[in-house]
Write a protein that binds this ligand. Structure first.
Ligand code: ADP
Length: 256
């Protein structure tokens, strides 16, 4: 609030300046929540690693089989920590304003086949079969490494949140001006109210279940960012207990 004065300090009027601080406050809250989440996510595995290492060192009564059990847990927790740090670094790289995609003419069919090959062993262990179909050309202007990263996250989730022996359908379909990449599973599904939240960093519908599935809680946040960087869009359809479909629409490649 600034008084406007004329001559020798007589007040002529007031200029009132309103700043919209709600947006800033919201951003500040998101930042604080993120830091709190990261601290928690990092502290949990470290505490567990420390505990098991100390027990191994200090408890002379531990037998061979217990020792192996503890070492297996230590290895699993270290893997989780490594994955989390990797995803955090990825997200911060992608969110950086200087981040640029390395775009080239890319066949989504090839990227999809490579992704399915990469995850075939994981699917096989859960007796899940992945059915892949391609309709039309499916060529986009995109960053192949990043597109693969997106597809890995989506198909990996479909495997993680589906029961043993289920089916996953993957489709690449050329449309009028876009190419659709679709993954449908018959897994646990997502409640309608939770759907928009799954793209938030560290948001998990069921924390314990997601941890057990080996996820970091950052996968879909990364996918959303990368989809937007490609000027594409991502949509989710889901029915709890029935399954989930993720649709990613990317602009079709056009000859200049
Ligand atoms: P996470 O590492 O926990 O899987 P993501 O960011 O990849 O993290 O996904 C966020 C949350 O969205 C998951 O924890 C899970 O609750 C839900 N989710 C993602 N994909 C699926 C799916 N195909 N079926 C059911 N739930 C899913």
């Amino acid at each position: 609030c600034i008084p406007i004065r004329r001559g020798h300090g007589h007040s002529k009027g007031l200029v009132v300046i309103f700043h919209d601080i709600t947006r800033l406050k919201k951003l500040e809250k998101i930042r604080k929540d993120f830091v709190a989440n990261v601290s928690h996510e990092l502290r949990t595995p470290v505490t567990s690693l420390k505990g098991f290492a100390e027990t191994l060192l200090e408890d002379p009564t531990i037998d061979e089989s217990e020792r192996n059990k503890f070492l297996t847990i230590i290895l699993k927790e270290s893997d989780r920590l490594q994955l989390l740090i990797q995803d955090l670094l990825e997200l911060s790289k992608i969110e950086n304003e200087h981040f640029r995609l390395d775009v080239e003419k890319t066949d989504l069919g090839v990227i999809t086949e490579e992704t399915i090959d990469l995850l075939a062993e994981k699917a096989r262990r859960k007796k899940i079969d992945i059915d892949y179909n391609k309709q039309g050309l499916g060529v986009v202007l995109g960053d192949p490494t990043r597109l693969k990263q997106m597809f890995v996250n989506i198909i990996n989730n479909a495997i993680a949140y589906s029961p043993e022996g289920s089916h996953i359908k993957v489709l690449v379909m050329e449309q009028a001006s876009e190419v659709l990449f679709r993954v449908s599973d018959n897994g646990i599904g997502i409640e309608k109210s939770e759907i928009p939240r799954v793209f938030e960093r560290f948001y998990r519908v069921d924390k314990a279940r997601s941890r057990n599935s080996g996820g970091t809680g950052l996968g879909l946040a990364i996918v959303k960012h990368l989809t937007e960087a490609h000027e594409g869009r991502i949509e989710v359809e889901s029915e709890p207990g029935q399954g989930t479909t993720f649709n990613i629409f990317l602009k079709k490649y056009k000859h200049k």
